[in-house]
Design a protein around this ligand. Structure first.
Ligand code: SAH
Length: 379
């Protein structure tokens, strides 16, 4: 089975690089393809631009409303307090975009719990130079350390925040064929030089990559797995069990391992061919929260949720906070604030597609917002 794709009209440096590489070394895995498209040091999507906002390619929750970051700031403050108010804590954000979420968190921390604001130092994990520059501007009154990966965060307790970070990490795809599971690859079509997806020749040798509960699904079913995501979730969990702290992961995705091709390219707020104008469109995949949970639990950490983003924000008072802000706002601003909050929590907005998952050490109490889910809760 081959999925035809059209040849792009304007060829980017990464289109050429990927074609040349396939000609020299053979088929590319989907994860390698995403790694190059998003992370190539010279031309990778996230390395070369600020993709956020109306003029960019997509919009995220912190850019929709300040209330999102304020609620997460409160969550951080309460979680710090429940952890015994450690004198020093690393507040770490993975993939901080424009720095908007961190700025909202820090403002809220200062207002709501000054002792927490005093105890934290800010660490941002970001690989893009343009976005680092934006973050520097957004956080100019703060001391900030930048890192290329979570493993570089100095030892000590951590509060880790990641909004729409895990969906940007490379995934691999496996396709069910007549002959069993095969890895989905990117190849050049015969005689044409078009980039296309095609299942590899080899059966997936390591059966452990496919969760047994998927059984033998229909031909052409696709299973996706992010080794990079699992690795980072495992590293965070390990750090939390040894040094203390907690993590909050918010993203769109599914609660259980599932089937389906969720690799998606977006450019200027529109869906785009994943194999066209490589490096100039955002590439994401739905997050498999079950896989992150397994990875964190393998490091003896405690996982809470996932729960719906709408449920999480509502439990932490998004409606009350919105009402307080609208009371002081003009009619137009009030309308905007209300619409933004509704979009974040509504089922036909981002309320149920997006999920929240927390990681703590096994001895810590349930983090704020996750109480209703403990003991075999909703999802
Ligand atoms: N959290 C922000 C931005 C989400 S976009 C928000 O909610 O607005 C994804 C972010 O992750 C960007 O900042 C991007 O540069 C960063 N990113 C993507 N892949 C990364 C990687 N492998 N390592 C570090 N940061 C990465």
């Amino acid at each position: 089975m081959v999925y035809p794709q059209s040849l792009p009209t304007n060829v980017t440096p990464l289109d050429t690089k990927i074609r040349d590489r396939i000609k020299a070394d053979g088929p590319l895995t989907v994860s390698k393809f995403m790694e190059i498209a998003l992370g190539d040091p010279d031309h990778g999507y996230y390395r070369t631009r600020d993709p956020l906002g109306e003029a960019g390619d997509f919009v995220t929750s912190p850019e929709i409303s300040q209330v999102f970051g304020e609620i997460i700031g409160l969550w951080c403050a309460v979680t710090w307090q429940n952890a015994g108010s450690p004198e020093n804590i690393h507040l770490v954000e993975l993939g901080p975009g424009r720095g908007t979420l961190m700025a909202d968190i820090l403002r809220t921390a200062r207002n709501a719990m000054p002792a927490f604001a005093e105890s934290l130092d800010v660490h941002l994990v970001e690989t893009g130079a343009v976005l680092r520059q934006q973050q520097r501007r957004a956080l100019k009154s703060h001391n900030v350390d930048w890192h290329d990966g979570f493993e570089a965060i100095p030892s000590g307790p951590v509060l880790v925040i990641a909004n729409e970070f895990f969906d940007a990490l490379p995934i691999d795809q496996y396709v069910m064929t007549e002959e069993g599971w095969r890895e989905n690859q990117i190849v050049l079509s015969e005689g044409h030089d078009n980039l296309i997806f095609a299942p590899g020749e080899q059966n997936v040798r390591n059966k452990a990559v496919i969760p047994p509960e998927l059984g033998s699904p229909a031909i052409n079913s696709i299973f996706e797995r992010s080794s990079a995501g699992e690795q980072i979730a495992g590293d965070i969990a390990k750090r939390i069990t040894t040094d203390g702290g907690a993590a909050l992961i918010i993203d769109y995705g599914h609660v259980r391992h599932g089937l389906g091709d969720t690799l998606q390219a977006v450019r200027s707020h529109k869906y785009h061919d994943a194999l066209a104008t490589i490096g100039e469109a955002d590439l994401t995949a739905h997050v498999d929260f079950a896989a992150l949970k397994d990875a964190a639990e393998a490091s003896d950490a405690m996982v809470h949720g996932p729960i719906f983003q709408g449920e999480f924000l509502t439990a932490l008072g998004i409606e009350q906070r919105t009402a307080a802000l609208t009371a002081k706002a003009t009619l137009d601003q009030a309308e905007m604030l209300k619409n933004a909050s509704r979009r974040l929590i509504a089922a036909d907005g981002m309320g149920t597609l997006f999920k929240a998952l927390a990681i703590t050490s096994a001895t810590d109490s349930t983090p704020a917002g996750f109480e209703s889910n403990e003991g075999g809760g909703a999802l």
